[in-house]
Design a protein around this ligand. Structure first.
Ligand SMILES: *[C@@H]1O[C@H](CO)[C@@H](O)[C@H](O)[C@H]1NC(C)=O
Ligand SMILES: *[C@@H]1O[C@H](CO)[C@@H](O)[C@H](O)[C@H]1NC(C)=O
Length: 554
């Protein structure tokens, strides 16, 4: 071979090596920037002209798959996000860069329309009863541009009819002035009614529980929800930053166990440590007062193991994003929770930069979205490059060959090898602390979970204001005509101000320079819970000014 050829071959090999690609995760969708399916071109042009749609301002953060729908959430951090809860019809567009379709329709995605619309949605979850759960934070903006237009409200839809079954506003006592909730987990018991939602308050350091059956919520506080002061330093995509205040974030639930409950695994974001609590505790409102010893802690995952998103399969296999490693990790819950039992199912320094959400669907298919979030927040995305990607792969393919590839007998025969005994109330926690072992869920009742199939909504579905679907040419659903869809439009909408929870956010600088119509009530340090005597649509605590964008890391 001529030296020249050799060189060329080497160059080709190097190039091939440099063009990194995920090994097991297959790219399904990718975008340079986000687009939306508008009812028609005229309305799209109008939205572009008005700044109601700014293509470079959208960042997708959450995904969920249900039948042919792949849901994608887009928080309204900046202006020009026409819709926060969206989906892709995977039958129509099995790959490529499809425009997102608002779910369930445009009129349900109007920011600041508290009763009917969604302002910002992060994580979404479809359950086995064909319901979609999403928590609306009620906010637009990010960091010091944040406006709390509406109270936090949990929304549940019937995916078969696309009708909203429920909208539940969190109680004032569920939140505090620092509250920021971007994550939810859904705990299904023996029936569709017997379902609980858990919401992690990352900056207010709480865990809020909602019972679908009781239509009530309550809030747990625990020091395990706090960040670890030694773990607030992050390195992602060549950027170094500190997210030191970030508390409880990712949560995953085990399958139902022999005792009829699940175990919740959770971790603060600024932490490498995993904690657990049984749903037996969380489901019991009376435990709010006294549950310190019911929470357990596990080992640290090891260096560079911050994680925001995790999910557990029906066989007890947990997947979690490793945001500092551009990777997705795994751990099988029949093994001790220790670094040597953690695997990496895929890693990619280009395509998996910030794997923001990880899901497992009913067919044991894994879904991952990566979105380069820190670059979006701290620097600037290059919109000539592919920035957002959605991958999928069968769970079995992903874990094959990793330490997590635990073959298990079909019917719940996982033996708790390392304990599994919860500290008795009042027990000496130091004893638990010193054992340094993993406390395991008790035997799984894998395969026995059969939610009643006769799911009937317990509430008469509310008649949607607009029922036509997005592609009906005569639809009124693209409602920029009658409603603002972006934060900057709120200045002129006095009616929404009645819904402000306490003090308007102070947002000098930042993204919103227009008049905000706060009637001069916007003051420095406006934490005083200024209410406009509106009959108190929302009595929540006044929301503290957030002093930097990082607190609104989702
Ligand atoms: C749930 O409670 C809220 C008040 O917290 C109420 O507005 C709503 O109608 C209730 N829904 C059901 C189904 O009971
Ligand atoms: C708002 O946050 C941005 C980004 O951190 C910062 O540049 C700006 O100075 C802040 N403005 C105020 C008024 O705090």
């Amino acid at each position: 071979m001529q030296p020249r050829t050799c060189l060329l071959v080497v160059a080709a090999c190097l190039a091939a090596g440099a063009v990194s690609a995920t090994q097991k995760l297959q790219e399904r969708y990718s975008w340079q920037q986000l687009d939306f399916v508008f009812p028609n071109q005229r309305l799209k042009q109008q939205a572009l002209a008005r700044g109601d749609y700014v293509p470079t301002n959208g960042l997708p953060v959450g995904i969920e798959r249900w039948e042919n729908k792949l849901f994608v959430s887009v928080p309204r951090w900046k202006d020009g996000i026409p819709s926060t809860l969206n989906y892709i019809d995977m039958n129509q567009t099995p790959s490529g860069s499809p425009a997102l379709i608002p779910y369930p329709d445009w009129s349900s995605n109007v920011a600041g329309d508290c009763a009917n619309g969604l302002s910002t949605v992060y994580r979404i979850k479809a359950d086995k009863c064909g319901r979609l759960w999403a928590l609306d934070t009620g906010t637009v903006g990010i960091g010091n541009t944040t406006q709390q237009l509406c109270p936090y409200a949990l929304n549940v839809w019937d995916l078969k009819t696309n009708r909203r079954l429920r909208r539940y506003e969190l109680r004032a006592d569920d939140t505090n002035p620092n509250t920021f909730i971007a994550n939810i987990a859904i705990d299904m018991g023996r029936s569709c009614d017997d379902t609980y939602a858990y919401m992690s308050d990352e900056l207010g350091y709480g865990l809020i529980v909602y019972s679908y059956e009781q239509n009530r919520s309550w809030r747990f506080a625990h020091s395990f929800f706090f960040p670890d002061p030694l773990r607030g330093d992050f390195n992602v995509a060549g950027l170094n930053f500190q997210w030191g205040e970030e508390g409880i974030f990712g949560m995953s639930l085990t399958p139902l166990q022999a005792d009829g409950y699940r175990t919740v695994y959770f971790s603060p974001l600024a932490s490498h440590r995993e904690f657990t609590v049984s749903t037996r505790i969380l489901r019991d409102e009376s435990k709010v007062e006294e549950s310190f010893h019911d929470f357990q802690y596990l080992k640290e995952r090891g260096p560079n193991s911050h994680t925001t998103s995790r999910v557990m399969s029906e066989t007890g296999l947990q997947l979690f994003n490793l945001i500092d490693q551009n990777a997705v990790g795994c751990w099988h819950s029949s093994l001790p929770y220790a670094p040597e039992y953690h695997g990496v199912v895929d890693r990619d320094d280009v395509e998996l930069v910030f794997p923001a959400d990880v899901k497992i669907d009913d067919e044991e298919q894994v879904w991952v979205i990566s979105d380069r979030m820190p670059v979006f927040l701290i620097a600037d995305l290059d919109y000539s490059d592919v920035n957002f990607r959605i991958f999928s792969a069968p769970l079995a393919t992903l874990v094959a060959g990793t330490v997590c590839d635990v073959q298990q007998p079909p019917f719940g025969a996982i033996q708790p090898k390392f304990g599994g005994v919860e500290a008795a109330p009042g027990a000496d926690l130091t004893a638990t602390y010193n054992t340094d072992t993993t406390l395991l869920p008790t035997t799984y009742s894998t395969g026995s979970f059969t939610p009643t199939l006769s799911y009937a909504p317990t509430v008469a579905p509310q008649a949607p204001k607009f029922t036509q679907s997005y592609d009906t040419p005569t639809s009124h659903m693209f409602s920029t005509q009658s409603y603002p869809t972006t934060a900057k439009a709120y200045g002129g909408y006095g009616k929404y101000h009645d819904y402000h929870g306490g003090a308007p956010q102070h947002h000098a600088g930042g993204y919103h320079h227009g008049p905000h119509g706060h009637d001069g009530s916007e003051q420095d340090g406006g934490y005083s819970g200024h209410h406009r005597g509106s009959g108190g649509y929302w009595h929540g605590a006044p929301h503290k000014k957030q002093d930097s964008w990082k607190q609104y890391f989702y």
